[in-house]
Design a binder for this molecule. Structure first.
Ligand code: ADP
Ligand code: MG
Length: 321
């Protein structure tokens, strides 16, 4: 990475960004007045459901989409001001979907991309970064989804970028491939790189990101570290109790640490401020009323809960978990 990585300006600065798509008579506001600063050295996540405007935002940062209004500063430079080549030399781009020629093998794809950069890493270095050395002679069609995705990331790393864009890098991948990609991102960050990634997997955001912006309908509705976003919820823990019968809401809410009661089929989910504080009193209530408990578990709040709390909607879109 070049020494210009420490020249003081943020990696990304977006101000009042707006982008509308017009298709025949319908108008979609994809990005609706978005402000964002991504600092050098951080892994920053845009988290939101499909259609939230994540890809549009990232493609504006990458210089692939022109916003209707607002300002975009990438490593201190602006697109369309005669510096596009200089920006491009310092960023790595991994699009939401990348298709390489089916008959090209891994080494050929990387060699072709390498020829686009004046400076950068060798093909062998890029192969090692994503642990694809053993697959260098394999054609596209024989690669797994995870291997293809790592190849796409390798093409983005060939120019030795200071700033890496990853749009849904692990969507559709199995858990093992997902973890392999996470370690590529962590290694890149450990070497001083900055990452803007998008995801609709809250676990991914929680695992990888220093800070997360929750995006909904083209707007940022929350921005903080994953831990602090979760702390911002009134209560961070849940107690799940299974059984055919249960005490009344009134009885359950009489326990001071219980914040909310949700009833599901043969299960109650209690939002609590503290599991340790609430549990003994809850068990007393069940026992005093002679109500049997078939199962009991606890869980901590996740970014999913933050999203539900903010929007009343679920982040998941069916394919996840
Ligand atoms: N090229 C396009 N033409 C028309 N509408 C688009 C286009 N790209 C995205 N959109 C719309 O803009 C909104 C935001 O899309 P996108 O940025 O892809 O969201 P995300 O990446 O969060 O799923 C969606 O409603 C989508 O349908
Ligand atoms: Mg997208």
């Amino acid at each position: 990475m070049s020494s210009s990585a420490i020249d003081g300006v943020p990696a990304i600065e977006l101000r009042a960004l707006r982008k509308t798509y017009k298709l025949r008579r319908t108008e979609t506001v994809a990005v609706d007045g978005l402000d964002l600063v991504v600092n050098r050295g951080e892994v920053f996540g845009l988290l939101g459901p499909n259609g939230a405007g994540k890809t549009t935002t990232v493609e504006i940062c990458e210089g692939l989409t022109i916003p209707d209004s607002g300002t975009v500063s990438i490593l201190g430079r602006q697109w369309g001001q005669g510096e596009d080549h200089a920006i491009r030399a310092r960023i790595g781009v991994c699009l939401q979907e990348t298709k390489f020629h089916e008959n090209a093998n891994v080494r050929e794809v990387l060699s072709l991309f390498r020829s686009c950069f004046d400076q950068g890493r060798s093909v062998d270095e890029a192969l090692a970064l994503v642990s694809l050395e053993e697959k260098q002679d394999a054609r596209q069609k024989s690669l797994s989804g995870g291997q293809r995705q790592r190849l796409a990331v390798a093409t983005a790393l060939l120019g030795d970028p200071e700033l890496l864009f990853l749009d849904e890098p692990t969507t559709g991948l199995d858990p093992q491939s997902r973890r392999q990609l996470w370690s590529v991102v962590r290694d890149y960050q450990a070497a001083g790189g900055t990452v803007l990634l998008t995801t609709h997997y809250m676990e991914e955001a929680q695992q990888l990101c220093d800070r997360v912006a929750i995006v909904d309908r083209g707007k940022i509705i929350a921005l903080d570290s994953p831990a602090d976003l979760i702390k911002s919820l009134a209560a961070e823990h849940f107690i799940l109790i299974d059984g055919e019968q249960s005490p009344s809401d009134e009885d359950l809410l009489a326990v001071p640490e219980v914040v909310a009661v949700e009833r599901q089929t043969e299960r109650i989910v209690l939002t609590v401020e503290s599991v340790r504080g609430a549990l003994p009193l809850l068990l007393q209530i069940f026992s005093a009323r002679g109500i049997e408990i078939d199962g009991l578990s606890t869980r901590h709040a996740t970014l999913e809960d933050v999203f539900v709390d903010l929007t009343g909607q679920s982040l998941r879109d069916g394919e996840d978990q």
